[in-house]
Design a protein around this ligand. Structure first.
Ligand code: DGY
Length: 330
Protein backbone atom coordinates (compact mmCIF):
# COMPACT_ATOMS: atom_id res chain seq x y z
CA UNK A 1 0.00 0.00 0.00
CA UNK A 2 1.34 3.44 -0.87
CA UNK A 3 0.52 6.45 1.24
CA UNK A 4 0.36 9.95 -0.16
CA UNK A 5 2.93 12.31 1.39
CA UNK A 6 1.14 14.83 3.59
CA UNK A 7 0.31 18.04 1.73
CA UNK A 8 2.41 20.99 2.75
CA UNK A 9 0.24 23.84 4.08
CA UNK A 10 -0.65 26.55 1.60
CA UNK A 11 0.40 30.02 2.59
CA UNK A 12 0.12 33.53 1.18
CA UNK A 13 2.87 36.11 1.69
CA UNK A 14 0.89 39.23 0.91
CA UNK A 15 3.79 41.61 0.09
CA UNK A 16 7.39 41.35 -1.03
CA UNK A 17 9.35 40.77 2.18
CA UNK A 18 12.87 39.46 2.69
CA UNK A 19 13.42 36.30 0.60
CA UNK A 20 16.33 35.01 2.67
CA UNK A 21 14.42 35.48 5.94
CA UNK A 22 11.47 33.57 4.49
CA UNK A 23 13.51 30.57 3.29
CA UNK A 24 12.26 28.27 6.13
CA UNK A 25 8.68 29.11 5.12
CA UNK A 26 9.44 28.20 1.52
CA UNK A 27 10.86 24.87 2.72
CA UNK A 28 7.89 23.99 4.93
CA UNK A 29 4.94 25.30 2.91
CA UNK A 30 3.57 25.86 -0.57
CA UNK A 31 3.95 29.61 -0.68
CA UNK A 32 2.28 32.08 -2.99
CA UNK A 33 4.28 35.32 -3.06
CA UNK A 34 3.02 38.71 -4.18
CA UNK A 35 6.00 39.42 -6.39
CA UNK A 36 4.59 42.72 -7.69
CA UNK A 37 4.47 44.03 -4.13
CA UNK A 38 1.31 45.99 -4.98
CA UNK A 39 -1.30 46.31 -2.23
CA UNK A 40 -4.06 43.87 -3.18
CA UNK A 41 -7.61 45.16 -3.43
CA UNK A 42 -10.25 43.16 -1.51
CA UNK A 43 -11.22 41.01 -4.54
CA UNK A 44 -7.59 40.15 -5.27
CA UNK A 45 -6.89 39.34 -1.63
CA UNK A 46 -9.96 37.09 -1.51
CA UNK A 47 -8.81 35.25 -4.64
CA UNK A 48 -5.33 34.72 -3.17
CA UNK A 49 -6.49 33.65 0.29
CA UNK A 50 -9.48 31.47 -0.54
CA UNK A 51 -7.43 28.24 -0.72
CA UNK A 52 -4.81 29.12 1.92
CA UNK A 53 -4.16 27.67 5.38
CA UNK A 54 -2.22 30.70 6.52
CA UNK A 55 -1.42 34.28 5.55
CA UNK A 56 1.55 36.45 6.38
CA UNK A 57 0.39 40.04 6.03
CA UNK A 58 1.53 43.61 6.61
CA UNK A 59 -0.49 46.56 7.90
CA UNK A 60 -1.80 47.21 4.38
CA UNK A 61 -4.04 44.14 4.09
CA UNK A 62 -7.48 44.43 5.68
CA UNK A 63 -8.76 41.13 7.07
CA UNK A 64 -12.49 41.42 7.71
CA UNK A 65 -15.47 39.10 8.17
CA UNK A 66 -16.43 39.20 4.47
CA UNK A 67 -12.94 38.08 3.45
CA UNK A 68 -12.86 35.31 6.06
CA UNK A 69 -16.17 34.00 4.72
CA UNK A 70 -14.32 33.15 1.49
CA UNK A 71 -11.40 31.39 3.25
CA UNK A 72 -12.70 28.06 4.62
CA UNK A 73 -9.23 26.54 5.23
CA UNK A 74 -7.64 29.53 6.93
CA UNK A 75 -6.08 28.68 10.32
CA UNK A 76 -3.72 31.56 10.99
CA UNK A 77 -3.30 35.23 10.11
CA UNK A 78 0.14 36.50 11.04
CA UNK A 79 0.77 40.23 10.73
CA UNK A 80 4.35 41.48 10.79
CA UNK A 81 3.16 44.61 12.61
CA UNK A 82 2.61 45.16 16.31
CA UNK A 83 -0.66 47.01 15.60
CA UNK A 84 -3.57 44.85 14.48
CA UNK A 85 -6.43 47.30 13.85
CA UNK A 86 -6.47 46.05 10.23
CA UNK A 87 -7.53 42.57 11.38
CA UNK A 88 -11.02 41.76 12.65
CA UNK A 89 -9.79 39.73 15.61
CA UNK A 90 -13.31 38.88 16.85
CA UNK A 91 -14.35 37.53 13.43
CA UNK A 92 -11.16 35.42 13.32
CA UNK A 93 -11.84 34.09 16.84
CA UNK A 94 -15.38 33.07 15.82
CA UNK A 95 -13.88 30.94 13.06
CA UNK A 96 -11.11 29.53 15.22
CA UNK A 97 -8.44 31.40 13.26
CA UNK A 98 -5.38 32.35 15.30
CA UNK A 99 -4.16 35.95 14.89
CA UNK A 100 -0.55 36.76 15.70
CA UNK A 101 1.37 40.04 15.67
CA UNK A 102 4.97 41.24 16.17
CA UNK A 103 5.47 43.06 19.47
CA UNK A 104 8.82 43.77 21.20
CA UNK A 105 11.12 43.38 18.18
CA UNK A 106 10.33 46.91 16.98
CA UNK A 107 10.08 48.72 20.31
CA UNK A 108 13.57 50.25 20.46
CA UNK A 109 13.71 51.25 16.80
CA UNK A 110 10.28 52.85 16.96
CA UNK A 111 11.14 54.73 20.16
CA UNK A 112 14.34 56.03 18.49
CA UNK A 113 12.19 57.36 15.68
CA UNK A 114 9.73 58.96 18.10
CA UNK A 115 12.59 61.02 19.49
CA UNK A 116 13.92 61.75 15.99
CA UNK A 117 10.52 63.01 14.81
CA UNK A 118 10.06 65.08 17.96
CA UNK A 119 13.45 66.72 17.45
CA UNK A 120 12.86 67.22 13.73
CA UNK A 121 9.51 68.90 14.39
CA UNK A 122 10.54 71.01 17.40
CA UNK A 123 13.71 72.21 15.63
CA UNK A 124 11.99 72.61 12.23
CA UNK A 125 14.52 70.43 10.43
CA UNK A 126 12.15 69.59 7.54
CA UNK A 127 11.33 73.21 6.66
CA UNK A 128 14.96 74.25 7.16
CA UNK A 129 16.27 71.60 4.79
CA UNK A 130 13.73 72.43 2.09
CA UNK A 131 14.63 76.13 2.43
CA UNK A 132 18.33 75.43 2.00
CA UNK A 133 17.84 73.08 -0.96
CA UNK A 134 15.58 75.64 -2.63
CA UNK A 135 18.52 78.07 -2.60
CA UNK A 136 16.71 80.50 -0.31
CA UNK A 137 19.49 80.80 2.29
CA UNK A 138 21.03 84.23 1.73
CA UNK A 139 22.27 85.16 5.17
CA UNK A 140 22.43 83.90 8.73
CA UNK A 141 19.93 85.50 11.08
CA UNK A 142 19.30 85.10 14.78
CA UNK A 143 15.75 83.74 14.59
CA UNK A 144 16.11 81.67 11.40
CA UNK A 145 14.24 78.41 12.10
CA UNK A 146 14.49 79.08 15.82
CA UNK A 147 12.32 76.31 17.22
CA UNK A 148 11.75 74.99 20.73
CA UNK A 149 13.96 72.90 23.00
CA UNK A 150 13.42 69.27 23.82
CA UNK A 151 16.02 69.13 26.59
CA UNK A 152 14.59 70.21 29.91
CA UNK A 153 11.05 70.35 28.50
CA UNK A 154 7.88 68.60 29.66
CA UNK A 155 6.93 65.74 27.37
CA UNK A 156 3.40 64.36 27.56
CA UNK A 157 3.04 60.82 26.24
CA UNK A 158 -0.38 59.44 25.38
CA UNK A 159 -0.22 55.64 25.29
CA UNK A 160 2.34 54.27 27.71
CA UNK A 161 2.77 50.77 26.28
CA UNK A 162 6.17 49.33 25.40
CA UNK A 163 6.96 52.01 22.82
CA UNK A 164 5.65 54.94 24.87
CA UNK A 165 7.73 53.81 27.84
CA UNK A 166 10.90 53.60 25.75
CA UNK A 167 10.31 57.09 24.33
CA UNK A 168 9.82 58.29 27.92
CA UNK A 169 13.04 56.65 29.04
CA UNK A 170 15.05 58.28 26.24
CA UNK A 171 13.48 61.70 26.87
CA UNK A 172 13.93 61.56 30.65
CA UNK A 173 17.42 60.09 30.82
CA UNK A 174 18.87 61.55 27.62
CA UNK A 175 17.19 64.96 27.49
CA UNK A 176 16.32 65.62 31.12
CA UNK A 177 12.64 65.96 30.18
CA UNK A 178 9.86 65.79 32.76
CA UNK A 179 7.41 63.07 31.75
CA UNK A 180 3.62 63.24 32.02
CA UNK A 181 1.63 60.33 30.67
CA UNK A 182 -1.91 59.32 30.00
CA UNK A 183 -2.85 55.70 29.54
CA UNK A 184 -5.79 53.32 29.97
CA UNK A 185 -4.35 52.48 33.39
CA UNK A 186 -1.59 53.76 35.62
CA UNK A 187 1.78 51.99 35.44
CA UNK A 188 3.22 50.23 38.48
CA UNK A 189 5.35 52.56 40.55
CA UNK A 190 8.55 50.64 39.74
CA UNK A 191 8.12 51.61 36.08
CA UNK A 192 7.25 55.25 36.84
CA UNK A 193 9.99 55.98 39.37
CA UNK A 194 13.20 55.52 37.32
CA UNK A 195 11.98 58.02 34.72
CA UNK A 196 10.01 60.25 37.06
CA UNK A 197 6.83 59.74 35.02
CA UNK A 198 3.60 61.23 36.37
CA UNK A 199 0.18 59.82 35.43
CA UNK A 200 -2.55 62.38 34.66
CA UNK A 201 -5.74 62.96 32.68
CA UNK A 202 -5.59 63.86 29.01
CA UNK A 203 -6.70 67.48 29.52
CA UNK A 204 -4.03 68.11 32.15
CA UNK A 205 -1.39 66.49 29.95
CA UNK A 206 -2.33 68.70 27.00
CA UNK A 207 -2.31 71.83 29.14
CA UNK A 208 0.99 71.14 30.91
CA UNK A 209 3.21 69.70 28.16
CA UNK A 210 5.63 71.49 25.86
CA UNK A 211 5.52 68.49 23.53
CA UNK A 212 2.85 65.81 23.18
CA UNK A 213 3.63 62.43 21.63
CA UNK A 214 0.99 59.85 20.70
CA UNK A 215 2.04 56.20 20.92
CA UNK A 216 -1.28 54.44 21.32
CA UNK A 217 -3.05 51.96 19.02
CA UNK A 218 -6.11 52.87 16.98
CA UNK A 219 -9.59 52.00 18.16
CA UNK A 220 -12.98 53.41 17.20
CA UNK A 221 -13.13 55.24 20.57
CA UNK A 222 -9.74 56.85 19.97
CA UNK A 223 -10.63 58.28 16.53
CA UNK A 224 -9.81 62.02 16.53
CA UNK A 225 -8.71 61.83 20.14
CA UNK A 226 -6.81 64.99 19.29
CA UNK A 227 -9.25 67.34 17.60
CA UNK A 228 -9.86 71.08 17.52
CA UNK A 229 -10.73 71.29 21.24
CA UNK A 230 -7.69 69.28 22.37
CA UNK A 231 -5.35 71.25 20.12
CA UNK A 232 -6.70 74.48 21.61
CA UNK A 233 -5.94 73.10 25.08
CA UNK A 234 -2.29 72.57 24.20
CA UNK A 235 0.22 75.24 25.16
CA UNK A 236 0.83 77.95 22.60
CA UNK A 237 3.95 76.93 20.65
CA UNK A 238 3.72 73.25 21.70
CA UNK A 239 4.66 70.32 19.46
CA UNK A 240 2.46 67.35 18.55
CA UNK A 241 3.98 64.07 17.32
CA UNK A 242 2.06 60.98 16.20
CA UNK A 243 3.82 57.63 15.87
CA UNK A 244 0.72 55.65 16.93
CA UNK A 245 -1.85 55.37 14.17
CA UNK A 246 -3.47 57.61 11.62
CA UNK A 247 -6.96 58.56 12.70
CA UNK A 248 -5.95 59.54 16.23
CA UNK A 249 -5.53 63.14 15.05
CA UNK A 250 -8.09 65.27 13.22
CA UNK A 251 -5.79 66.28 10.38
CA UNK A 252 -7.81 69.29 9.21
CA UNK A 253 -7.87 70.69 12.75
CA UNK A 254 -4.11 70.10 13.05
CA UNK A 255 -3.40 71.97 9.80
CA UNK A 256 -5.53 74.86 11.06
CA UNK A 257 -3.70 74.98 14.42
CA UNK A 258 -0.37 75.17 12.57
CA UNK A 259 -1.54 77.84 10.11
CA UNK A 260 -3.05 79.86 12.94
CA UNK A 261 0.22 79.72 14.90
CA UNK A 262 -1.22 78.21 18.08
CA UNK A 263 0.74 75.02 17.58
CA UNK A 264 4.50 75.44 17.32
CA UNK A 265 5.20 72.36 15.23
CA UNK A 266 4.08 68.82 14.49
CA UNK A 267 5.45 65.52 13.22
CA UNK A 268 3.31 62.78 11.71
CA UNK A 269 4.47 59.30 10.71
CA UNK A 270 0.95 57.87 10.36
CA UNK A 271 -2.12 59.15 8.52
CA UNK A 272 -5.82 58.59 8.29
CA UNK A 273 -6.35 56.79 4.96
CA UNK A 274 -2.62 56.24 4.30
CA UNK A 275 -0.83 55.92 1.94
CA UNK A 276 -3.03 58.80 0.77
CA UNK A 277 -2.07 61.97 2.63
CA UNK A 278 -4.67 64.71 2.94
CA UNK A 279 -3.46 67.69 0.82
CA UNK A 280 -4.42 69.95 3.73
CA UNK A 281 -1.36 68.59 5.53
CA UNK A 282 1.00 69.12 2.61
CA UNK A 283 0.43 72.86 2.76
CA UNK A 284 0.78 73.21 6.53
CA UNK A 285 3.84 74.99 7.98
CA UNK A 286 6.27 73.56 10.59
CA UNK A 287 5.03 70.04 9.94
CA UNK A 288 7.35 67.06 9.37
CA UNK A 289 5.72 64.21 7.44
CA UNK A 290 7.18 60.71 7.08
CA UNK A 291 5.68 57.65 5.33
CA UNK A 292 5.01 55.29 8.28
CA UNK A 293 8.66 54.41 8.81
CA UNK A 294 9.02 54.50 12.61
CA UNK A 295 9.97 50.80 12.73
CA UNK A 296 11.96 50.92 9.49
CA UNK A 297 15.51 50.05 10.33
CA UNK A 298 16.66 47.11 8.23
CA UNK A 299 17.49 44.82 11.18
CA UNK A 300 14.13 45.56 12.79
CA UNK A 301 12.06 45.07 9.66
CA UNK A 302 13.85 41.74 9.12
CA UNK A 303 13.18 40.75 12.73
CA UNK A 304 9.49 41.61 12.33
CA UNK A 305 9.22 39.38 9.26
CA UNK A 306 11.10 36.57 11.02
CA UNK A 307 8.77 36.70 14.02
CA UNK A 308 5.71 36.76 11.75
CA UNK A 309 7.04 33.71 9.90
CA UNK A 310 7.85 31.85 13.14
CA UNK A 311 4.33 32.52 14.40
CA UNK A 312 2.85 31.21 11.16
CA UNK A 313 4.98 28.07 11.15
CA UNK A 314 4.23 27.35 14.81
CA UNK A 315 0.46 27.49 14.35
CA UNK A 316 0.54 25.48 11.12
CA UNK A 317 2.58 22.80 12.90
CA UNK A 318 0.01 22.62 15.70
CA UNK A 319 2.16 24.47 18.25
CA UNK A 320 1.14 27.56 20.23
CA UNK A 321 1.88 30.89 18.58
CA UNK A 322 4.86 32.81 19.97
CA UNK A 323 3.07 36.15 20.12
CA UNK A 324 -0.67 35.68 19.63
CA UNK A 325 -3.12 38.55 19.76
CA UNK A 326 -5.30 37.92 22.82
CA UNK A 327 -8.68 36.59 21.69
CA UNK A 328 -10.58 39.45 23.39
CA UNK A 329 -8.33 42.20 21.98
CA UNK A 330 -10.14 44.83 19.96
C1 DGY B 1 3.34 48.43 13.50
O1 DGY B 1 4.08 47.45 13.59
O2 DGY B 1 2.19 48.43 13.92
C2 DGY B 1 3.92 49.60 12.80
O3 DGY B 1 3.05 50.67 12.77
C3 DGY B 1 4.33 49.21 11.39
O4 DGY B 1 5.61 49.59 11.22
Amino acid sequence: MTTEPPQRPRVLVARRLFDDVLEPLRQACQVQFNDDDRIADPAQLRAWMSDKDGALITGSERIDAALLEACPRLRVVSTMTVGFDHVDVAACARRGIVVTHAPDVLTQTTADFGIALLLAAARQIGDAERYLRAGEWRSWSADLFAGSDVHGSTLGIVGMGRIGREVARRAALGFGAAILYHNRSRLPEELERPIGARYCGLDELLEQSDHVLLALPFSAQARHLIGREQLARMRRGATLVNIGRGGLVDEAALAQALHGGHLGAAGLDVFEGEPRVDPVLLGAPRLVLTPHIASASLPTRRAMVRLAMDNLLAVLAGRPALTPVAAGAA
